[in-house]
Design a protein around this ligand. Sequence first.
Ligand code: T4K
Length: 376
Amino acid sequence: MTEKFAEPIYVTRPIMPDLERVTEKLKEVWESQWLSNGGAQHKALEEQVRLFLKAPHLSLFNNGTIALMVAVQSLRLQGEVITTPFTFPATTHVLAWNNITPVFCDIHPETLTIDPHKIESLITNRTTAILGVHVYGMPCHVERIQEIADRHGLRVIYDAAHAFGTEINGRGIGTYGDISMFSFHPTKLFHTAEGGALTYNDPNLKQRIDLLKNFGIRNEFEVLLPGINGKMNELSAVIGLIVLDMVKDEWVRRQAIRDQYTRELGGLPGIKIVQMPQGVTNSQQYMVIRIDGKEFGATRDEVYAHLRKYNVHARKYFYPLTSDYPCYHQLPSAHDGSLANAKQSSDEVLCLPFYGQLKADEVSQICSLIKAVSEK
Ligand code: T4K
């Protein structure tokens, strides 16, 4: 009989950098009296993250949402953008904040990313871009999407918030499409307390993106664009520099935890483990299962509620779909019944606790709790 956990077991816990190392590094910041606006730490982190992600160009930001706002602005998008509803609110909200109509496209049942077969029928003369999400670090169908975009003269942006370190046959995920956005929130494998980045291939975008994240200021007397404040501060950059050194070890620990969950849950009827396709390096962002209620004998919501009773805070990322929010539900693409795969996935997925400090016996207890629901 598994007992209730004394302390909550969360879906994730951040990498916590060694406090002494942080203090040591902060001394440099204190001595410089330089806390923001492109300081030395910012500069160092920007280059190190760029190399890690194997991206030709990278700009740091104060969070992923503002980074995505700037990505949309930098490409001067307007009208309609085709996107997935199976995501965090930020993806869809960014379009709304840019006065763009989100056009929801269903997802592929296996990859859970925007379904390339369904994109073309949604293109109108108002469409300017495709905004895909590498959900859980699972790459979108990048080649197919690029073909469609090229055929119709559309831009491609990827929300790669979950995809830090995802690679396709050794190629960094941030090199696909026009621009990719990464989030460095503490819930992410790599974090800067709050932060984010854009990666892109076109060197000409660097100047525009960096202007847009700093109010459009070129120099003391010239403001060229209606920019915003998207700058990462030096304290976040310090955290990032130390956390970046710890990412590889965390990745290895998470892989071991993934293997354990897979061993303990993989064979259960009605439980499917969401897996990366061949050739894809996992970003180790989430441990996701799908629960077929009929086959398993208990629904996703019953499993979620049972775990919660035992102080295990698994999460339903992403339920509800963004197309079901009251602010988007009136859109034609939100309620015409064409989002069947997204709806089903949103009802079946569950993100289990997944972070390096999670102990093997805790994983076993969580698995026992899940098995117990179907046996009730
Ligand atoms: N696009 C996508 C696809 C995204 O998933 C996100 C963010 C974005 C865009 C936007 O990027 P940012 O602007 O955030 O950079 C969390 C995060 O706040 C959010 O960043 C993330 N996605 C989303 C999937 O998860 P919540 O509302 O679930 O957070 P919360 O506070 O419930 O945290 C989850 C668990 O993490 C907690 O139960 C405990 C643990 N936790 C959290 C924090 C903040 C810690 O242990 N320590 C912490 O400091 O949204």
